[in-house]
Ligand binder design. Structure first.
Ligand code: ZN
Length: 202
């Protein structure tokens, strides 16, 4: 399986990092070794001094497809979740300055904690609330209505380049409020009112 991530999908987050608003979705990937699940702790890596949390809505692909038309995108996933796109911001800033790839900053071990997945059911994917608490205090909250590219458009776009396969996960971008974590912090994520993950930084 693969993990496809979308960068700069929320205007407020683009502004907070001083980035340019993209004309097409920004796509990067993480390997399956980035996944953390079952609320396993995240071990702060020795190659960074500035790991940021980015809380994001996840979708899980349940049908293989490529060049999917937007109007059929909803047929390609039936479960959703919540995850963190951990980012070594110090390494990413260096990579951006030099125009180098982001893998070291984004795709390292444990950089993709994911929640359990729940049925999409009849949820309105264009109006989902989610939030992240750090040590019990809200640090990020978002609503999928604020996405520059809504989920169905992302599926259509991404599948022009990469065949989507059963089990693939898409990280759909983070709203504003990204910030550093340190050893001892506890991160708790909610999708609507449902607790999705709760784990520690060690
Ligand atoms: Zn992200």
């Amino acid at each position: 399986m693969k993990i496809i991530c979308i960068g700069r999908n929320y205007v407020d987050h683009i502004k907070e990092l001083g980035n340019e608003r993209p004309t097409d979705p920004i796509i990067f990937m993480k390997p399956d070794t980035a996944i953390l699940k079952n609320n396993d702790p995240f071990y702060f890596p020795d190659f960074s001094n500035d790991i940021h949390h980015e809380v994001e809505v996840l979708i899980r692909i349940n049908k293989q497809g490529k060049s999917i038309e937007q109007k059929f995108a909803g047929d390609y996933y039936d479960k959703i979740g919540l995850g963190i796109d951990f980012t070594a911001r110090d390494l990413q800033t260096l990579a951006k300055e030099k125009g180098l790839p982001w893998e070291r900053a984004k795709a390292f071990n444990g950089s993709a904690p994911i929640s359990k997945f729940i049925p999409k059911g009849d949820k309105d994917m264009t109006n989902l609330n989610f939030k992240l608490l750090k040590n019990g205090e809200e640090v990020q909250n978002g609503n999928t209505s604020l996405m520059l590219w809504p989920i169905d458009e992302l599926i259509s776009y991404v599948s022009r380049f990469f065949t989507l396969q059963i089990g693939d996960i898409i990280f759909t971008g983070t709203p504003r409020g990204v910030g550093s974590v340190k050893i001892g912090d506890r991160l708790t994520g909610y999708l609507e009112d449902q607790s999705m993950f709760d784990f520690e930084i060690k």
